[in-house]
Write a protein that binds this ligand. Structure first.
Ligand code: AR6
Length: 173
């Protein structure tokens, strides 16, 4: 339907909160609390209105996504997705991680966000092995973009040289 999906994918080494995109994706927890990692950074940058909006929603299941405004961020929206905690791979972690990317992209489409940025969901505090997570992230985004031309730009925000190398290598495949 929409040409080579890789022409709409890019890598940004650095802090996702700085990105000027329509929506950034948050690697959230099921209670939608500020937490640490990229989630803590997004909440700090967006301000207390984000915490209040998340409290109003109340929670989100693993593998699912919800959205709020972006408040003090450049991004108009935050799409909160709850990645799986890695337990060794036999608790449906891979399918749940793919579902995070898919449901976030679906919401982006619904709210009219044409550019969005993902962090490496689940690969920090939740312990998902980086290479496996990167494979799932890239494959799921490519697949979605191939079926759909509503999203113009997907940025993988990678924090640190190891994550950057993993994404660059996966995108060369
Ligand atoms: N910009 C982009 N990526 C970042 C940033 C940033 N500012 N900060 C960290 N990362 P994590 P998880 C990378 O732990 O594993 C929170 O407390 C980081 O290097 O943030 O899904 C939530 O509330 C890693 O590659 O998320 C949950 O409780 C990636 O973001 C829990 O952690 C994800 O690491 C979620 O754990």
């Amino acid at each position: 339907m929409s040409g080579n999906p890789d022409s709409r994918i890019e890598i940004f080494p650095g802090d996702i909160t700085k990105l000027d995109v329509d929506a950034i994706v948050n690697a959230a927890n099921a209670q939608l609390r500020p937490g640490g990692g990229v989630c803590g950074a997004i909440h700090r940058a967006a301000g207390k209105n984000l915490r209040e909006a998340c409290a109003k929603i109340g929670g989100c299941d693993t593998g699912q996504s919800v959205h709020t405004d972006g408040y003090d961020l450049k991004a108009k929206y935050v799409i909160h997705t709850v990645g799986p905690v890695w337990h060794g791979g036999d608790r449906n972690e891979e399918a749940l991680l793919a579902s995070c990317y898919r449901t976030a992209l679906k919401i982006a489409k619904q709210i009219g966000a044409r550019s969005l940025a993902f962090p490496a969901i689940s690969t920090g505090i939740y312990g998902f092995p980086l290479d496996r997570a990167t494979g799932i992230a890239v494959a799921t985004v490519r697949d979605f973009l191939q079926q759909d031309d509503g999203i113009e730009r997907v940025v993988f925000s990678v924090f640190g040289p190891e994550a950057e190398a993993a994404y660059r290598s996966e995108l060369r495949r």
